[in-house]
Design a protein around this ligand. Sequence first.
Ligand SMILES: [Zn+2]
Ligand SMILES: [Zn+2]
Length: 590
Amino acid sequence: MQSACSANQSASAATVILERSQILPFFPASLPDESLASRVSRFHIERGNTKTLETYRELFGSSPFAMSNLFMPRIEALAKRMPGDLNVNVEKLIHEGTLLPITRLFTTSTATWASADYVRRSVGESGATRICLECIKEDVAQFDTAYLHRSHQIPTVTACWRHGWRLLDNCPECGCPIESPKDLTLAPWQGCCCGYQFELAEVESSAYVASSIEKDIARFANLVLAHVPKRMLAENLPRVLRERALERGFRWGAEKVDRLSLQAAMESYYSPELLARLDRAYAKGKTENWFHFLGLTKGAIEGPLNRNLLLANYLFQDAETFLERLADIEAQGPYVVAHEVPPDNAYAPTPVNRTADGVSLLVDRLAKIAIDQNLDISDLWRDHYGAMKRIAIAGSKAGIEALKKVIERRSSKLAKKLVRSSAKVHPRDADWAEEIKKTAVRLLNDSDRPMRVSMGSLVRNTEFKPAAWPDAICFPLTRAACIEFQESQWHFYARRVLWAMARHHGKVVARSLITEDAGLEHHRASDVYHYLVSLAVIPVAPFKKQLEAKGIHLDWSGPCPGKEYRKAGRGYQKTGAITAYVPPEFAGQT
Ligand SMILES: [Zn+2]
Ligand SMILES: [Zn+2]
């Protein structure tokens, strides 16, 4: 009797271990405007998998497929491997990293969340991965890695909204597509199969400048994608476009849209060449029913995404006004009963009515979302505009106040729970800390090409792993060991440059060869190189020891602390002048 019971127990313990081991050790956090496909590629690289098959198995439990075919079941498989609530994870992955929010908005369709069509629809959507050469350079300088931008993958977008450069979907040298068929896209990180390195591209920018109209479309589409509220659907789109067209004077009789004038205006605004490139029906001369969907009948033909987007951009010119108008009409909601479906009910949308009961239900659901995702009232307005507006209208101010109270009450309960659990230090904490220290010593003294020693790489490279991640409550010693042995970015630069120097030790070579070999951001690497030379650091492994001998420790803050390096991103202003590199003078050196 007793043995049967204990066998049962160990069987259930085994299930728990199996489930836990499915949770990923890490998954790269999203960089600004990063696509989900890009995070998958970065996972593959940071994980150090040699075959993409391993990565697909680990993330999706499936064989390789094209990343532009990210269907719902695949996103769900990935979300299952992350800690936390499945539905919240799915929602977050979709809203942050896929094109679904914008395709859902611009593809007029009666498809609801529960429909098979939605499950079938690709969330990656575009089919050809595009990059901006200038973005890649800036991203490498700012984030130490290239990545794929979601805004570059929107259908009809042909330019980078930030730089105004034409987007590339193939290698400028050999024409090989950037997206590999049925596999991960790795070229932006690892280079093209022909050896072309995107981040090192020396290109004349004039060859890549897009037209101002293309930039315009890119800017509009990017803003819409970045600000479209979660779960806003397209039911009201034809109505919004139609009303705007009338407002702009494309009127035929009392309430009809003057389609011919509208088409002529679009042609002169975009040019027939560009329209032909972006709209297949237009290219084939099939413009008879071009704006048929602007009609008032229920059976109005669905407008394709490209045309809807071009029309919205032309009619509104301003993404904010466009989204506001959609939200207004959605709040009035005469066309459909409910647009807002809270995540925990994603596949069984229930109509929300405007009675007091409906409001309290909505308050409850939004409060749960707020707790799960750590949102405050202003976040809720941003992400759940329609539902918030409904609460505000139906329950007036009292409704919003009630929501605030519920959020406060629940989060204070949660805080108490966390305090209670704080005594739970894991029994293997000390063992893990020891193993982490061994890994650190091994990585820091390795003579191979140095990789940055961070908390992530220490955990990844340690075989012993009683949990997916050393959190502060259960693993205080492990965490302390990680913090003690992780190195600053500058220390990592010093080790990498020293490694590159070691490769050419005893030979006379140009500095540029060393910094290129190091594969780091050029200006920082050059300064580090000159500093190491000025200190006469010996380029022989173990590099950490050589650096220590000259007073360079793990927390080193660089050769010129306080120096402003080339800023990437929006703050970066091009001067147009190309200046030769001048090594800095180091204080106390001769
Ligand atoms: Zn760019
Ligand atoms: Zn190539």
